[in-house]
Each structure stands twice: as C-alpha cells, then as structure tokens.
Design a protein around this ligand. Structure first.
Ligand SMILES: [Zn+2]
Length: 90
C-alpha cells in the first residue's frame, strides 16, 4: 500500500536518502525512553542533517511537532507504524 504524506515537501524530505542534505525522519522511541520522559507518544519527528548509521550519531537534530510546510500535526497524521524509519535505542 502506498503511504500517504501530508504534503509533497514533507514527502520529499522524509523519503530521500538520509545520508545527504536535510531530512525528516520518523523515529520510534524505545520503551525506556518513553518512560523516562513520561511521554504519551512513542514516536518522534525530526529534521536532521545527513548522517549514516543510527540517528544517535547525527549531530544536528531538531524535533518537530507540526509539518513545517503545511502545518499538519504530525503525530495525528502519521499514526501507522509503517512510517517508522528507525528505532532509537537510548
Ligand atoms: Zn506537510
């Protein structure tokens, strides 16, 4: 099934190669991370610079709650686990 994205710009950043340029990454947080932070949601949306390996190795990360292009509330739109690109093991 083809994934739907809130807008074309978000799709472009979220589906490009993470090694280059700016990316949007959809990351699942580990259970211990969720519990420590007392979070109600186990996913995080991040703008990153290019990186290889895990997101822990990325030096520039900005967590976002809303799509910077169209204003969609990301955790409402991207509920499905199909969107998760990597799991953070902190
Ligand atoms: Zn959008």
């Amino acid at each position: 099934m083809e994934k739907k994205y809130c807008c074309d710009k978000f799709k472009a950043l979220a589906t490009g190669r993470k090694e280059y340029g700016l990316n949007i990454r959809i990351v699942k947080l580990s259970q211990s991370f969720v519990e420590r932070g007392q979070l109600t949601f186990d996913r995080s949306f991040m703008i990153t610079e290019g990186y290889s390996g895990g997101i822990n190795e990325c030096k520039k990360v900005l967590a976002i709650e809303y799509c910077p292009f169209c204003g969609t509330r990301l955790n409402k739109f991207y509920k499905s686990g199909d969107y998760v690109q990597e799991v953070v093991s902190l």
